[in-house]
Ligand binder design. Structure first.
Ligand code: GLN
Length: 189
């Protein structure tokens, strides 16, 4: 069984856990402590509120251990707020959080919660079927470094990208019934 962690400080934790339960060979684990972080093979950082989650990462003394594990090659996937936490640069902020992925992000890039939306798109890296993508006060990527591969672009903005062991998506696959992106992260990264 592969142990797949979900950072469980705040945000859409249960939703990721229930999708992971649908994938064969996966043991989902909620990660709140350093010990739990050391136990998992890979980690999902969920959507939620990035400033709050960044503060909790520091308060729980998880920020540096998590940076170390990512730099050691542990696969990590940030959805929405999770993508903001991974970014080296957050527009308008002097400092980021984990700052491991060579992307610059714009928070709340589509405006307020009422401007949330869903689209269906094929993302060839994940599968050749159209998958539902839900955006809630979503960020997008405004700049990438040369080691970063964009996986989905819409109207000139990058909404999914990969760099070595790191995956970032602006959208929330955990809020759909579709397991394609979770399957990709668990089995193909
Ligand atoms: N706008 C949120 C933030 O900046 C992210 C929204 C989400 O994760 N759904 O943290």
């Amino acid at each position: 069984m592969k142990k797949v962690g979900v950072l469980a400080l705040q945000g859409s934790v249960e939703e990721h856990i229930s999708i992971l339960k649908k994938i064969e060979g996966i043991e989902p684990i909620k990660v709140k402590t350093r010990e739990e972080l050391m136990e998992v093979d890979r980690l999902i950082i969920p959507g939620g509120e990035s400033t709050t989650m960044g503060k909790l990462l520091r308060d729980f003394n998880l920020l540096n251990p998590l940076v170390d594990r990512i730099k050691d090659g542990m696969p990590v996937w940030g959805t929405c707020a999770g993508m903001i936490l991974l970014a080296k640069k957050i527009e308008g902020s002097p400092e980021g959080h984990l700052m491991v992925m060579d992307i610059q992000v714009r928070r709340n890039a589509y405006g307020r919660q009422i401007y949330s939306f869903m689209i269906r798109k094929v993302i060839p890296e994940f599968s050749n079927e159209k998958i539902p993508l839900i955006f809630i006060r979503a960020p997008y990527i405004t700049e990438i470094g040369k080691n970063v591969t964009p996986l989905l672009e819409l109207d000139g903005h990058i909404l999914a990208a990969k760099q070595e062991n790191m995956l970032a998506t602006s959208f929330h696959p955990e809020l759909t019934n579709n397991t394609v992106v979770h399957d990709y992260f668990c089995n193909k990264m």
